[in-house]
Design a protein around this ligand. Structure first.
Ligand code: FES
Ligand SMILES: [Fe+2]
Length: 383
């Protein structure tokens, strides 16, 4: 074998450490094991996903009181529900009696009843009844509510933080709002959002969604005619996010109808946003494609993805067509990523240089976010 890039032998710990030091580095891909390591996967669950804001879906998926759906994030069974007071809440879906999962799928319910011994909870998680146990002196009903996780709404998306310690969400995305607020995604209606599993590391998909370098080669007949690589323009990243403007080609007429607040520039681009760790969205003038990605193993992810569209698009079949279009370019990405994952486990996989900031600068920003987030978890003797 010939000579390889000098940093080929870097561990992911060393590569992250280098990013937190002051030494200047040219933007370089992380070592392959950043995308394959089982140790890193364990660390990410506890130190990234448990502590961060994770998108669990859209508020309009549960329009009426009692509407709910269940999902799993890093092995935590959750219920997302619209309560009687009209707010969206995220509850643990684990019974306070002996740990059974309570609800399955989605639906509308007045209460949540555990199928095992019929403990019954209100929509806000309070225990309502526990058959034949209520006279026991060590039973305290008030102490047996389902945990309710901190949650917030942003542009119609529900974000939750499982450990309750994350920085205030508004702080997290503060400067990002000015890039996306005129699109009024909160007024859009969700076409569909469902979980899928891909045999790919979660970071590969988040990075792929958020770099424009592959748009032309991978999506030559789908996205390239509208948003070619050469017209990508990165925005400055913040502590909790990064993004880029995917300007429309001269021949693409754009996506109507627009919200009247939108500027001429906003009407002629899709705004690509990445809220760390793993919420990504392509916000276009009349619709948005979004993904909330979480790891289920080192080399397996869950993506809960969907499309939200302005209500006018539901008057004909355009909303459904937007979803089908997203499905087709997602399939193109999936094929590439499965191939890349196979390549990443090669003994000869290496660290390549990243393309200029407009094309892959979002990945470089993300690496720095990961380095800062995991800084105090890295062994100090990494060299
Ligand atoms: S485990 Fe739920 S009622 Fe017993
Ligand atoms: Fe893509």
């Amino acid at each position: 074998m010939g000579s390889t890039h000098p940093s080929t032998a870097d561990t992911w710990q060393k590569a992250l450490r280098t990013l937190t030091s002051k030494s200047e580095l040219p933007p370089t891909a992380m070592p392959p094991e950043f995308y394959t390591s089982a140790d890193l996967f364990e660390l990410e669950k506890e130190s990234v996903f448990l502590k961060s804001w994770i998108c669990v879906g859209r508020a309009d998926e549960i329009p009426e009181p009692g509407d709910f759906y269940t999902l799993d994030i890093i092995g935590e069974p959750l219920i997302v529900v619209r309560t009687q007071d009209g707010s969206c809440k995220v509850l643990s879906n684990v019974c306070r009696h002996r740990g059974s999962v309570i609800m399955q799928g989605r639906g509308n319910s007045k209460k949540f009843s555990c199928p095992y011994h019929q403990w019954t909870y209100a929509l806000d998680g309070k225990l309502l009844a526990a058959p034949l146990i209520e006279d026991n002196e060590n039973f305290r009903k008030a102490e047996c509510s389902l945990p309710v996780f901190k949650s917030t709404l942003w542009m119609g998306f529900i974000f939750t933080n499982l450990d309750g310690q994350a920085t205030d969400f508004e702080q997290h995305v503060k400067e990002l709002n000015s890039y996306v607020e005129n699109y009024h995604v909160e007024e859009m209606k969700t076409v569909q959002a469902g979980p899928e599993k891909w045999p790919v590391n979660w970071k590969c998909l988040a990075e792929n969604f958020m770099e424009g370098y592959h748009l032309t080669p991978v999506h030559l007949n789908t996205l390239h005619p509208m948003t070619p690589t050469r017209l990508c323009e990165k925005i400055p990243g913040g502590k909790g996010y990064t993004g880029y403007k995917s300007h429309y080609s001269e021949s693409f007429k754009g996506r109507k109808p627009y919200h009247e607040d939108m500027t001429d520039e906003e009407r002629a681009q899709s705004m690509m946003v990445w809220i760390y760790p793993s919420f990504v969205a392509a916000v276009s003038p009349n619709s948005a494609v979004f993904m909330s990605i979480t790891p289920t193993a080192a080399v397996e992810l869950q993506t809960r993805w969907g499309v939200a569209a302005r209500t006018e698009l539901f008057e004909n079949d355009e909303a459904a067509a937007r979803y089908d279009f997203a499905k087709s370019f997602n399939a193109e990405d999936k094929e590439r990523l499965i191939d890349m994952q196979y390549g990443l486990q090669s003994r000869f996989a290496t660290r390549g240089p990243l393309a200029p900031p407009d094309y892959e600068g979002t990945i470089w920003d993300f690496y720095h976010y990961m380095a800062e987030t995991l800084a105090d978890k890295l062994p100090s003797d990494v060299n």
